[in-house]
Design a protein around this ligand. Structure first.
Ligand code: CA
Length: 538
């Protein structure tokens, strides 16, 4: 008994082993055998909406992470369902998350499990969150899994169709007719929207019953001429006809019959009006078929388009999508071993720049930052946003570079059970930094190391930024205790920002300390939030 009593007293001295909770704190056991703080349900909701649960984590399966995120969402709905709907709309509309799936899932939860006002708000928000037919199919799959097709849901779907611009609706349907086992035909038959215009009527008819014979004359109603061209291209005899239909009717790649997708002539036509996301996804193909080559006009156009901040924002291109494209394209090899190409260096540079541009204009806090990347074993497991091979470890390095590019006084470090400084030059390309970090050996997790290292080396730090899953367990002292000691011995009121790279419920930050902040990794709003917090203007 004496042993336990002395051990307890030792823990009141500000040095608690991470395998035990700090005496009197609200710490909870994490999944790694250590103790962390639990973030509140609203933070968990945001983590879930931004990071999703795809790919799972080192500690939890995708199913478990999903159940966890859904649980937090349900508790928030019980507290204030309308606030949940507002959070969903805000994150989804601003394109803050790499994927819209978690927002659609949470909206479906609000629409079925909320009280009356919550359900009404959720259904009214449907066109704001489900902005494309594909989004609507996802939502239908989620809604179908948890409730019957009541009148409210049917009329929300009907309103969704009514609110669509005819041209956009046609264009979206040409690209994807169905997803997740749901099609426009199914949804139109369930919801019976009344067409408000002639064009809508023709489009609904095409979606449910197909096209009534394809003549050689274009359809006289302008909004549906593209559908006529789509039916026409299916019967096209040669690449010239395909290319001219693409040019004249702005048909997307998805409309092109597979045999013609190897034709440079066809890709040239597609390239002329290629939307931003399609361009980012097809850089390798454009290069492989020889259209995108060094110093070519195409290369100049691609570089200009990727450098267009307005277009990036309007297309809601998330930095993760650019990072994914950069990793693959710079590699010169497809992820699944399909196809090789010679990357055009100007395009790789443009993708690198676009990654930063996609976060918008950021202002620095001018504070001294120590950026600390958790490179322990658990951070190398799982995939962020379903991007093949993009681990939390790589993703956090990319996030650190964003802050590193904005702030002037930045020191990079990486830690697991030891901490090592990392030399990252200014303007180094993202993919080479990721390779550099990948070679650091990994080990156990001690999130207190950044503060202990700074104390030992007498490094003056205003803001510690730790990129981690907060599954800390290895150290002899908790991160918050190390920070308290740092503050005390240096006299600096140092802050701690935890960039959560997984949608779990843990944080090393104490929610009751105003000098600590939890942000969600890869939320495009995170870097500015971090800078404001560092500057004390939040
Ligand atoms: Ca770990």
């Amino acid at each position: 008994m004496t042993k336990h009593l002395t051990s307890f007293l030792a823990r009141t001295n500000g040095a608690t082993p991470q395998s035990l909770p700090i005496a009197g704190s609200a710490q909870v056991a994490n999944s790694a055998g250590g103790y962390s703080f639990a973030v509140d349900d609203w933070t968990r909701l945001r983590r879930f909406l931004v990071l999703g649960s795809e790919g799972g984590s080192y500690y939890a399966t995708e199913a478990a992470l999903t159940a966890d995120g859904a649980g937090a969402t349900l508790r928030c709905i019980a507290l204030d369902g309308c606030r949940v709907v507002r959070e969903i709309v805000e994150i989804s509309q601003a394109g803050r998350a790499p994927k819209n799936d978690a927002a659609l899932f949470a909206l479906a939860l609000c629409a079925s499990k909320g009280d009356d006002p919550t359900r009404r708000e959720a259904l009214a928000a449907l066109p704001k969150v489900a902005r494309t037919g594909t989004h609507l199919f996802h939502f239908a799959a989620f809604a179908d899994a948890q409730r019957g097709w009541g009148r409210g849901l049917r009329s929300a779907i009907a309103n969704w169709y009514g609110a669509q611009d005819a041209k956009n609706l046609a264009y979206g349907a040409i690209k994807y007719q169905s997803r997740d086992g749901w099609s426009h035909r199914d949804l139109l038959r369930l919801s019976h929207p009344t067409p408000k215009t002639q064009a809508q009527g023709i489009i609904y008819h095409w979606m449910t019953q197909g096209w009534p014979g394809v003549g050689t004359e274009p359809h006289p109603v302008a909004e549906v001429a593209q559908i006529w061209a789509f039916e026409r291209i299916k019967r096209a005899g040669d690449e010239m006809e395909v290319a001219s239909l693409i040019r004249e009717y702005r048909l997307p790649r998805e409309a092109v019959p597979t045999p013609f997708l190897t034709s440079p002539l066809v890709w040239e036509a597609l390239f002329e009006e290629m939307p931003m996301m399609a361009l980012i996804r097809n850089l390798a193909t454009l290069t492989r078929i020889g259209l995108l080559s060094p110093l070519s006009q195409t290369a100049q156009k691609v570089v200009a388009q990727l450098g267009d901040a307005d277009r990036l924002r309007r297309a809601r291109v998330h930095p993760i999508a650019i990072l994914a494209a950069l990793r693959t394209y710079a590699n010169g090899r497809g992820a699944r071993g399909k196809g090789v190409w010679e990357p055009v260096s100007a395009v790789v540079d443009a993708l690198d720049a676009a990654f930063y541009t996609a976060f918008g204009n950021l202002s620095p806090s001018k504070m001294r930052h120590l950026l600390a990347l958790d490179v322990s074993g658990s951070m190398s497991w799982g995939e962020i946003a379903g991007v093949p091979g993009l681990t939390p470890r790589e993703a956090s390095a990319a996030m650190a570079l964003v802050t590193g590019a904005v702030e002037e006084n930045v020191e990079y470090t990486a830690f697991s059970d030891k901490l090592v400084p990392v030399q990252i030059g200014h303007r180094v390309r993202l993919d080479s930094v990721l390779k550099q970090l990948a070679s650091i050996p990994m080990g156990g997790t001690d999130c207190a190391l950044p503060m202990l290292w700074a104390l030992k080396k007498k490094v003056m730090v205003d803001v510690f930024v730790v990129y981690t899953d907060s599954e800390t367990w290895f150290g002899k002292i908790h991160p918050v205790e190390a920070l308290a000691r740092y503050r005390q011995e240096t006299g600096i009121a140092a802050k701690l920002i935890v960039v959560g790279m997984l949608s779990n419920k843990f944080s090393i930050a104490d929610p009751n300390d105003g000098g600590m902040l939890d942000v969600v990794g890869f939320d495009i709003a995170a870097p500015q939030l971090m800078s404001d917090f560092a500057a004390g203007t939040l």
